[in-house]
Each structure stands twice: as structure tokens, then as C-alpha cells.
Design a protein around this ligand. Structure first.
Ligand SMILES: O=C(O)CCC(=O)C(=O)O
Length: 248
């Protein structure tokens, strides 16, 4: 699927920066997923009680009487052949095996919307990993591939990664139990220039070591449609940080 991408270049960038950007999905693949999700109901704020069509987000917020920051597909995305094709692509597991070692295994596949919404609480934002830098502790070692399924600009809640933060951790960040850290605090340690804001066309993919600081941002104007394929080194657990079911 990813013609012209050299596995070693990706692994080298991951080792030095914690991030490689430049995987591009074929048009028919991201278009097929976007078409599938537009006519499939999603679940708001990781909660199966809040089921709605993504095209009716405003009505759903009114109906449920709460801001709906995210809309997840959980296992429903398994009904989409194009999503399965990405999950099974040999380059992804090859990169994961060379970065994480031979025990690398697929642990998550998820597709979700992040919606512009004015009144989300800090708790909702933390649950959706939005607005505060954090690192993931779902497994001892992990790798996450992210793909934008629609174009993402500054107003679409781009993902942000702090380059190099996967291998250099300030003691105060090492010892903390806090999930989210304010930008000033994190960039004070790693430098403003280390923050990479990932914007791009539909189909843009990047891969990161999620032990480095990263976050999503709350979309100001347009909903963001994102896919994640995650690899780890432990067997899939029933419930991970995001609460999504494990897809095998
Ligand atoms: O929505 C995003 O861009 C952030 C996702 C995230 O932080 C994560 O998967 O750990």
C-alpha cells in the first residue's frame, strides 16, 4: 500500500525523533473508509449510550444534552474492507517488528471523529486525549500509526508530537502520575521548536513512539476523522486507555 517508503528510514526517524511523517494512503482506501463512516452511527465520548450519525452531530448534542467531543466506531470499523487492508499491511508490522522487536503485535485499530464543540469539560478532553500533552502507558513499549482520512489544517484539531521527547524525559515528567501536562511546562523542557503540528491532506499517515509527549487538539472549525493502528509487546488486554475493544 505504501509504495516508495523505506522501512529503515522510518525506523531510523523513530529512533532519533520518535516520529516519522510521510506515509500516504491510496486515495481509494481513505475515500472508502470516509464513505463507510459517513453512513455508520458512531458512539460519542467513548460511551455506547450516545449513538448518533456523524452527519447529525449538532442534533445529537441537543438530544443527549451534552457536548460530544468524539465519535468512535469501535468494532464497527471491522465492517470496512479498506480499514482491514491498512491493518493488515505488511509494512506496518515490519516497521513495528524492527522498532519494538520480534514480539511486536497489533493491539488496537480504531477510527474516530473529533468534533468542534464549544463546551467540552476538561474531563471529556482528557478522555479524548485532547488539549494536553501526555504519553501513553498502555504497554511497556508501543508504536502508533495515525492516518488522516479527511484533510486536516490548523482548524481541524491537528495532532501534535514533541520531537525527541520519547528518549529524554525530565525527572518531573518521569515521576508524575498526571495524565495531562500544559504546553508551557512540556515545551519549557524540550523547546518550542520540538513541537511538530501534523497537518496535511486526506490520506496523510505518520507513525510515532507514544512514549514521547503528544496530544490531539480540539477542532476549531471542522471535524477531524482519524484512524489509529497500534502495536505493542504484550498480549491485547480487554480494556486499554481509550476503552475501545481490542480488534484482532
Ligand atoms: O487524537 C489525537 O490526535 C491524539 C490521540 C492520542 O493522544 C493517543 O492515541 O494517545
Amino acid at each position: 500500500m505504501f509504495v516508495g517508503v523505506n522501512r529503515q528510514d522510518v525506523v531510523d526517524a523513530l529512533r532519533s525523533d520518535g516520529l516519522f511523517s510521510g506515509l500516504v494512503l491510496p486515495k481509494f482506501i481513505h475515500e472508502e473508509i470516509a464513505a463507510f463512516v459517513r453512513c455508520t452511527p458512531c458512539f460519542g465520548n467513548f460511551d455506547r449510550r450516545f449513538e448518533f450519525m456523524p452527519t447529525e452531530h449538532a442534533q445529537a448534542e441537543a438530544r443527549f444534552g451534552r457536548p460530544l467531543l468524539s465519535g468512535h466506531y469501535f468494532e464497527r470499523i471491522l465492517g470496512c474492507k479498506a480499514a482491514i487492508a491498512i491493518q493488515n499491511d505488511p509494512l506496518l508490522i515490519d516497521i513495528a517488528a524492527h522498532y519494538l522487536g520480534g514480539q511486536a503485535k497489533l493491539i488496537t485499530t480504531r477510527v474516530w471523529w473529533s468534533f468542534p464543540t464549544s463546551q467540552a469539560s476538561d474531563a471529556d478532553k482528557n478522555l479524548a486525549s485532547l488539549g494536553k500533552y501526555h504519553f501513553d502507558l498502555d504497554d511497556w513499549r508501543m508504536l502508533k500509526f495515525f492516518f488522516y482520512l479527511l484533510p486536516v489544517d490548523e482548524g481541524t484539531g491537528p495532532h501534535v508530537y514533541v520531537r525527541g521527547s520519547h528518549k529524554r524525559r525530565a525527572l518531573k515528567h518521569q515521576l508524575t502520575l498526571l495524565v495531562g501536562h500544559p504546553a508551557e511546562e512540556v515545551l519549557g523542557v524540550y523547546g518550542e521548536q520540538s513541537a511538530v503540528t501534523l497537518t496535511g491532506e486526506a490520506g496523510l499517515g505518520f507513525v510515532e513512539d507514544p512514549f514521547g509527549f503528544h496530544m490531539g487538539t480540539v477542532p476549531a472549525r471542522n471535524p477531524r476523522l482519524m484512524m489509529e493502528i497500534g502495536f505493542g509487546v504484550s498480549p491485547p488486554s480487554r480494556r486499554r486507555f481509550h476503552g475501545e475493544p481490542v480488534i484482532r
